[in-house]
Design a protein around this ligand. Structure first.
Ligand SMILES: Cc1cc2nc3c(=O)[nH]c(=O)nc-3n(C[C@H](O)[C@H](O)[C@H](O)COP(=O)(O)OP(=O)(O)OC[C@H]3O[C@@H](n4cnc5c(N)ncnc54)[C@H](O)[C@@H]3O)c2cc1C
Length: 342
């Protein structure tokens, strides 16, 4: 069976990887590699056990390629938060070197992993024969195909895995998906050695950060409407928040990135109900490097005819419009749990 994959990020290349391992013929149309040279973070400190399972499996998959660096993970939460469902070994402390906590706050200590995603994705793209071109999704008589540089590329199956462009490409082809793009922003800082040791999720003040190569650090927050750019004063606002927690840090520059989210605040995969041969993997939100490889493995199981019923299946969300992605609580962080219990 021949599978055409549109999109060469984490979702696309790992789908290709697992398909190839099962003996499928794969044609990968990848677009540009969009990842920074710096590693992305994989945390297991997430409120939903299904997400933790995916992240654990993704970590095993990455270890076939690289040796992820371990880093201390610090999640700052209100003292009253219920951690009984946190499905990984953790320690809850009242004080931690270099981070200011108030009396009604605790730090939940776990282990995070820094994954050199660009390196892994680039290697897989090369080995799996992805081309760097951009393609268009087309649908005729309920069958999907792809057009690249004016040429028609057909497959028994077409997989849409184009990141924040998934629903844009689907709509151009005349169908829709329960996915929406959004912007997120991050600031690169110079920090002292104490802060640099930690991957921090501050769910009280509302920012997260992780180490780059020393003495650099990257930190940001939430969500912006697609196409609008960062709000005025963003860098100062986020810098003030972080200084409240860790003292002096020096901002260098601001970066804008693009993500995509589903109606349940997380990823989806599955077959498009209206098109015979179209499969989708997307909505990986701010945690694609944590859950992407394992989700791609599940998609391949489905294409091979043995798919699992789980909370990520596209069919469950089909028909729901995501009108404002910034109103949706992201599954992978603790903010939604805090809001529910506040
Ligand atoms: C600033 C920032 C920091 C982040 N940090 C983390 C982190 O630390 N940990 C974490 O887990 N996640 C992080 N994320 C989220 C993570 O990057 C995404 O969840 C993940 O990249 C999504 O993977 P994807 O393969 O679905 O999409 P993408 O990574 O967007 O890949 C899509 C690919 O498709 C290609 N493409 C697009 N259109 C076409 C087309 N028409 N034809 C062919 N190819 C096309 C693109 O060029 C790209 O290569 C971060 C995101 C941002 C923006």
């Amino acid at each position: 069976m021949r599978v055409v994959i549109l999109g060469g990020g984490i979702a696309g290349v790992f789908t290709a990887y697992f398909l190839k391992r099962r003996g499928f013929e794969v044609v990968g149309i990848g677009g540009e590699v969009t990842y920074p040279t710096a590693s992305l973070v994989l945390t297991l400190s997430m409120p939903h056990k299904e997400d933790v399972e995916l992240a654990k499996r993704s970590l095993e998959i990455y270890r076939e390629f690289v040796n992820p660096r371990e880093v201390t993970s610090v999640d700052i939460l209100p003292r009253w938060v219920d951690l009984s469902k946190l499905a990984v070994p953790h320690e809850v402390v009242d004080a931690i070197d270099g981070i200011r906590l108030s009396q009604d706050e605790v730090a939940v200590i776990t282990k995070d992993y820094l994954i050199p995603v660009r390196k892994v994705v680039t290697k897989l793209r090369r080995e799996l024969g992805f081309v760097d071109s951009y393609g268009l999704l087309k649908i005729k008589d309920r069958k999907a195909y792809v057009v690249v540089d004016g040429e028609r590329v057909e497959g028994d199956v077409v997989v849409l895995a184009a990141g924040y462009r998934n629903n844009i490409l689907a709509q151009e082809a005349g169908v829709s998906l329960p996915l929406a793009p959004y912007e997120c922003y991050a600031v690169v800082y110079l920090v002292g050695r104490k802060v640099w040791r930690y991957s921090i999720g501050d769910y009280i003040l509302g920012w997260y950060g992780r180490p780059l190569s020393p003495p650099l650090y990257i930190a940001g927050d939430g969500c912006g409407r697609y196409g609008q750019g960062p709000p005025p004063g963003y860098m100062q606002k986020i810098t003030n928040l972080i200084r409240q927690r860790v003292g002096h840090i020096f901002p260098l520059y601001l970066k804008t990135g693009y993500c995509e989210i589903g109606p349940h605040g997380g990823p989806i995969y599955g077959k498009h109900p209206e098109v015979e041969n179209l499969y989708v993997i997307g909505g990986l939100d701010g945690y694609g490097s944590m859950v992407g490889p394992a989700l791609a493995e599940r998609l391949v199981e489905l294409i091979a005819g043995r798919g699992a019923e789980d909370v990520y299946r596209l069919e469950k969300y089909f028909g729901i419009q995501v009108s404002n992605p910034c109103n949706i609580a992201e599954r992978h962080d603790w903010s939604a749990v805090l809001l529910r219990n506040a």
